[in-house]
Design a protein around this ligand. Structure first.
Ligand SMILES: Nc1ncnc2c1ncn2[C@@H]1O[C@H](COP(=O)(O)OP(=O)(O)O)[C@@H](O)[C@H]1O
Ligand SMILES: [Mg+2]
Ligand SMILES: [Zn+2]
Length: 509
C-alpha cells in the first residue's frame, strides 16, 4: 500500500516542502530510501525499523521503498525519521491516513521510539503556516521555538507512540502557546551594561556614535584597556530588536542547531566573538549542505573580531560580501544557499605586537619594522569598510576606583534610538536604514555642509592628505553626530569630531 506524509527540508533558513512517499509491498525484506538523501537520511531506515518494533508495533518482513520528493532537492539530517515511520505504519495498515495530511511532520527517532529534537523547527512552522497546513507535529523539545508562529497548531510529541495515538484520535494534544509576556520582558534585557565601564568617556562616545549610525568600528588599545568589555556591550545600546528581527535571528540559530536548552525565541541582539583561528567556512558558513557561519549568527547584532591582525587574510577577505550586501551566499554543486548576515562589525587590536606602544606605564620593545608588519595585516578592503577608529588607552586608576556612576545602556540606547529614527525617516525610501549605508549620491544629498564647515574640512583634508573616500566617511559620521543631536544641519563641531574618528587615515590613504 502507498502512503504519503508531508515533511520539510531546511534550505538555508527556509523549510521547503518534502513529500515522503512510502510503498510497502511483498518482496525480499528491505528498506530503500531514494530521492537525493544524505547518509543520515539513509541511516533512517535502521532507526525507523527499531523504533517501530520497540514501540510495540509489528514489523512484518516486507519490502519498503521510501521516496523523498522532489528528487532535485538535497535532503539531510534525521528529521525524516518520524514521517517515514508514520508512513510505514500507514503502509502496513496500522494507522489510518485521514488526519495525517493536515500536518507537516518532522522529528528524529531514537531506537526506543522516543522523538528527539531537530534543527529548523521554527522554519518548518513558518512554512506550514504559509502553505496553509492546520499544524505541525514536531519533537516536544522543539515546541518552544515554533510556538511563536500564529495561525498553525504546534503539536509536540515525545514518542512515536504518542504521535500514533494522536493521529488515530485516541489522545488529544494541546497546541503549544507562546509565552508572550515573558518574551516582552526579555526583549532588550542583557546580562551586561555600559554602567559596568568606569571612565573611558571618549571610547564610549565613539561606540555610541557607531551604534547610532550603524558604523563599523575598530578599537586600538593595550591589553586590559577594556576593548572586549566595550564590545560586549554594544548590543545593549543598539535599538531593541523588533519581533521580526527576533524571529529571524531565532530561525538562524534554529537552523544551526544552536538554540540551547529552552528553545525559546532569541530576544537579544547577538554578540559573536569567533577566535582568530576560525576558518572561512566557520566565519561565513559551510558544509555539504551549508549551515550558517559566524556572520549569520551575528545577524541583527555584533560580530566582534578580537586581535584582528591575527585572523588569516583569506578569512578577513570573505567578510567583504556580507559587509557589503547584508547577506552571504554559499555555493555548492547542488545548491546555492543565502543566509542573512547584517551585523555591526566591531574589531579590536593592539597598537603593536607587544601591545604597549604609547602606553605611559609599560615600555614597548617592538621594532619599527615589526610594528609596520603588524599594521600591514589589516590594511586594505576590510579597513575600508570601517568608518570609526577609536583609541582606547589604559584606564586611569582613579577612574576605576572612583565612585562616579556611569551612564546605563538604557540611557545611551535612548539617544541611539532617536538618531536611528531620524535616519529611518530620511533613508527608508532609499531602502537603507542607517547613515553607514549611504553611497556617494546620498552622501551628496544628505550631508551638505555650510560654508564654514566646508572650508574647515577642506583645509583638514589638504593638510592631512586624505583621500576622497576618507572625505566621504567623515561626512557620514558628521551626519550621524548631527542626528544624535537632533540637528538638521551639520555644523563644524560635528565635522571636527568626525575627523577624530578617522585617526588611521593618515597611516593609509
Ligand atoms: N573601564 C573599565 N571599567 C571597569 N573595569 C574595567 C575597565 N577596563 C578594564 N576593566 C577590567 O579589566 C578587564 C580586562 O578588560 P578587557 O575588556 O578584557 O580588555 P582588553 O580587551 O582591552 O584586553 C575587564 O574584565 C574588567 O574587569
Ligand atoms: Mg580583549
Ligand atoms: Zn610594542
Amino acid at each position: 500500500m502507498l502512503a504519503q506524509v508531508h515533511s520539510g527540508a531546511l534550505v538555508g533558513i527556509d523549510a521547503h516542502p518534502v513529500q515522503v512517499e512510502i510503498d510497502v509491498y511483498n518482496g525480499l525484506p528491505a528498506v530503500t530510501v531514494v530521492g537525493l538523501p544524505d547518509s543520515a537520511v539513509k541511516e533512517s531506515a535502521a532507526r525507523v525499523k527499531s523504533a517501530i518494533v520497540n514501540s510495540g508495533f509489528p514489523f512484518p518482513a516486507r519490502r519498503i521503498t521510501v521516496n523523498l520528493a522532489p528528487a532535485g532537492l538535497r535532503k539531510e539530517g534525521s528529521g525524516f525519521d518520524l514521517p517515514i515511520a508514520l508512513g510505514v505504519l500507514i503502509g502496513l495498515g496500522l494507522l489510518p491516513s485521514e488526519k495525517i495530511g493536515n500536518y507537516l511532520i518532522v522529528g528524529e527517532l531514537s531506537l526506543d521510539g522516543s522523538v528527539k529534537e531537530v534543527r529548523g523547527a521554527l522554519s518548518v512552522a513558518i512554512a506550514a503556516r504559509d502553505m496553509g497546513f492546520q499544524g505541525i507535529i514536531v519533537p516536544e523539545s522543539n515546541m518552544g521555538e515554533a510556538a511563536v508562529v500564529e495561525g498553525v497548531d504546534i503539536l509536540g510529541v515525545s514518542s512515536l507512540v504518542t504521535a500514533v495515538a494522536f493521529l488515530t484520535g485516541r489522545v488529544a494534544i494541546e497546541p503549544a502557546k507562546p509565552n508572550l509576556d515573558q518574551m516582552a520582558k526579555n526583549i532588550g534585557n542583557y546580562a551586561v551594561d555600559f554602567r559596568d565601564i568606569k571612565g573611558q568617556e571618549y571610547a564610549k562616545r565613539a561606540v555610541e556614535v557607531a551604534a547610532a549610525g550603524g558604523h563599523n568600528v575598530l578599537m586600538v588599545g593595550p591589553p586590559g584597556s577594556g576593548k572586549t568589555m566595550l564590545s560586549q556591550r554594544v548590543p545593549t545600546i543598539l535599538p531593541e530588536p523588533v519581533f521580526e528581527e527576533a524571529l529571524e535571528t531565532t530561525r538562524i540559530y534554529s537552523a544551526a542547531g544552536l538554540l540551547g536548552k529552552e528553545k525559546s525565541i532569541i530576544t537579544r541582539r547577538p554578540f559573536r566573538s569567533p577566535h582568530h583561528t576560525v576558518s572561512d567556512a566557520g566565519l561565513i558558513g559551510g558544509g555539504a549542505i551549508p549551515r550558517p557561519g559566524e556572520v549569520s549568527l551575528a545577524h541583527n547584532g555584533v560580530l566582534f573580531l578580537d586581535e584582528m591582525p591575527e585572523f588569516r587574510k583569506n578569512v578577513l577577505e570573505v567578510l567583504r560580501q556580507p559587509l557589503e550586501d547584508g547577506d552571504v551566499t554559499i555555493s555548492r554543486a547542488h545548491i546555492a544557499v543565502t543566509f542573512p548576515a547584517r551585523f555591526m562589525l566591531v574589531a579590536a587590536m593592539n597598537p603593536c605586537p607587544c601591545g604597549y606602544r604609547g602606553d605611559p606605564k609599560h615600555e614597548c620593545l617592538c621594532s619599527r619594522q615589526n610594528i609596520e608588519r603588524y599594521w600591514a595585516k589589516i590594511s586594505g578592503p576590510l579597513l575600508d569598510r570601517i568608518d570609526i577608529h577609536v583609541e582606547v588607552p589604559s584606564v586611569e586608576w582613579r577612574d576605576l576606583t572612583g565612585k562616579e556612576e556611569s551612564e546605563s545602556s538604557e540611557q545611551i540606547r535612548n539617544r541611539v534610538n532617536r538618531a536611528r529614527n531620524i535616519q529611518l525617516d530620511r533613508l527608508s525610501k532609499h531602502k537603507i536604514f542607517s547613515n553607514s549605508q549611504m553611497k556617494s549620491s546620498l552622501i551628496k544629498k544628505y550631508c551638505s555642509l555650510g560654508q564654514d564647515s566646508l572650508n574647515f574640512l577642506e583645509k583638514v583634508v589638504e593638510r592631512l592628505g586624505l583621500s576622497a573616500r576618507a572625505y566621504h566617511r567623515i561626512l557620514k559620521i558628521a551626519r550621524t553626530l548631527a542626528d544624535l543631536e537632533g540637528s538638521e544641519n551639520i555644523g563644524s563641531d560635528h565635522v571636527s569630531e568626525a575627523i577624530q574618528y578617522r585617526s588611521l587615515d593618515r597611516r593609509y590613504d
